[in-house]
Design a protein around this ligand. Structure first.
Ligand code: PRT
Ligand code: MG
Length: 215
């Protein structure tokens, strides 16, 4: 493959990446929200996009099936980042990874008393590290979505999830009690592709960096 393949997810990451791609004169020929195509050609014959699940982006780039990718720090942290180069924070799809509990649950008190907490999350690695660092004993329960439900039906005492507006927590009578990290999306590159295709990739990186700096 001599061209450049960029992996990204549809939804908020695709939407917020579109202006950055346009700055690099990359315009997709199809809209992933309406098209069922998983490979999107662009106005440039040397650049194509592949549409994958957000959490699968690092895997495609790690194995070189995509040269570049765009993924949230949440996803990259869980993946571990092996084989990936992370040249640029695109500062898009921003949110915070938080610990949240049911309103009225005495989280600080439970922590102080050394209670064992049941924590439901999609981000098991990140959560494990966070609570280990704090010295809090937890039983982690892996979920694949709708974490907000878990404390409401007694599956867990707490959740680790992403929060942006806070509306989802509020609507479910949950409160954030601790921030784990700030999250934004990063450009990632396959390390071998970066060496072999430096001539094509570096100018793109420069344009993305300039577009991010301009805001
Ligand atoms: O949806 P799918 O299961 O395919 O995967 P995904 O949820 O991982 O993908 P997607 O497209 O929803 O999110 C892609 C990336 O966007 C994530 O990896 C984050 O880096 C970033 N991002 C930014 C967010 C949010 N903000 C966000 N608010 N991802 C998810 N949310 C969810 C959050 O999990 C919670 O359920 O939105 C809800 C909270 O939003 P507020 O505004 O109510 O606080
Ligand atoms: Mg989602």
């Amino acid at each position: 493959m001599t061209g450049i393949t960029i992996a990204l997810s549809k939804g908020r990451i695709f939407d917020e990446t579109t202006p950055l791609l346009r700055a690099a004169d990359i315009v997709p020929l199809d809209d992933p929200e309406t098209s069922r195509k998983l490979i999107l050609q662009t106005n440039r014959p040397d650049v194509r996009l592949i549409i994958v699940r957000a959490s699968d982006v690092p895997t495609y780039v790690q194995y070189g099936a995509a040269d570049l990718g765009i993924a949230g720090k949440d996803v990259l942290y869980e993946h571990g980042g092996a084989g990936l180069y992370q040249p640029l924070d695109l500062k898009i799809a921003r949110c915070r990874m938080m610990v949240a509990v049911r309103a009225g649950f005495g989280y600080q008190q439970a922590v102080t008393q050394g209670a064992r907490l049941k924590v439901a999350t999609k981000y098991v690695q990140t959560a494990r590290e966070h609570f280990a660092r704090k010295g809090v004993h937890v039983d982690l329960i892996k979920l694949y979505g709708s974490m907000e439900l878990a404390p409401l039906v007694g599956l867990a005492d707490a959740i680790v999830d992403l929060v942006s507006s806070g509306n989802t927590l509020k609507a479910n009578n949950l409160v954030a009690v601790e921030e784990i990290m700030e999250v934004s999306s990063r450009l990632i590159a396959n390390q071998a592709a970066l060496k072999l295709k430096r001539g094509q990739i570096q100018p793109m990186l420069d344009i993305f960096a300039a577009a991010v700096a301009k805001g």
